[in-house]
Design a protein around this ligand. Sequence first.
Ligand code: ADP
Ligand code: UDP
Length: 236
Amino acid sequence: MKRVSELFVGKAKSVYSTEDPDKLILEFRNDTSAFDGRKTDSLDRKGLVNNKFNAYIMQKLEAAGIPTHFEHLLSDNESVVKNLDMIPVECVVRNISAGSICRRLGVEEAQDLNPPTFEFFLKNDELHDPMINEYHIRSFGWATDQEIAKMKELTFKVNDVLKQLFLDGGMLLVDYKLEFGRYHGQIILGDEFSPDGCRLWDKDTREKLDKDRFRQGLGGVVEAYEEVARRVGLKF
Ligand code: ADP
Ligand code: UDP
C-alpha cells in the first residue's frame, strides 16, 4: 500500500489517503507537543516507538473484542488503518487523579478513583479542548445517544484490558484518552494508544513513564516509552 496524498498534518501524526478509500496511512512522526502546541520538540525514535507500541496495544484490544482501526504495520513509522469519520470528542478515563482534573477540581494528585471517572472533551486546540458533557454532544450533533453509549462502553472495556496488562508489567494506568470514529455504521477505536496519550506510573516508585516526562522537562522521554513497551512484552 502506498501514500496517495497528504490529507492532514497533526501535531504528532500525518494522515495520507491510499488507493483504497476505506484505508489510510498514519505516519507517526518524532514531533511532540504539549500545552496546546506551545511546547514542541522532535524526539529521536519517538515515531518508531509509538507506531510499534500502538500496533501492539491495538492488537491486544482487538483480541479482547474491541473493534479498532488498526490493520497492519507498513514501516517503522507508518501503519495502515481504516478510514474513519472521526467523532470530534476525546474520551478520558481516570483511575488515579492527575493532570487537569487536579487543576479543575482542586483535588490532590495520586488519589485512587473508585469507581474510575469518565470525562468528555471537545477536540479543539483553539479552545484548549474544553470539557463537555453528553448534552453538548447530543445538542450539537457531534454524536447520537447510541454512539455516546458505545464510546463509553468501549472506553471502559479498554480500561479492563489495559489496567491489567500494565499492572502485569509493574505499572499503574493512571488515565488515558481515546478517540472514536464511524466506519460503515460501526463505532471503532481510532487514533492511537501510546504513552503520548496516557499516564503510566511505576507501581512501586510512582516514577512517571509517559508524556508528563516531556511536559515537566524530566528528560528520558523516549527511553521511558521504550521501557513501558519492554515491560508489556514488546521487543523492537
Ligand atoms: P492532533 O489532531 O491532536 O494534532 P495527531 O497529530 O495525532 O493529532 O493527528 C492525527 C489525526 O488523525 C487526528 O486528528 C485524529 O483524529 C485523526 N485520525 C486518527 N485515526 C484516524 C482514522 N482511523 N481515520 C481518520 N482520521 C484519523
Ligand atoms: N490527553 C491527550 N490529548 C489531549 C488531552 C489529554 O492525549 O488533547 C491525555 C493525557 O495525556 C492524559 C489524559 O488524556 O493521559 C488526561 O489528560 P488531562 O485532562 O489530565 O490533561 P493534561 O493535564 O494532560 O493536559
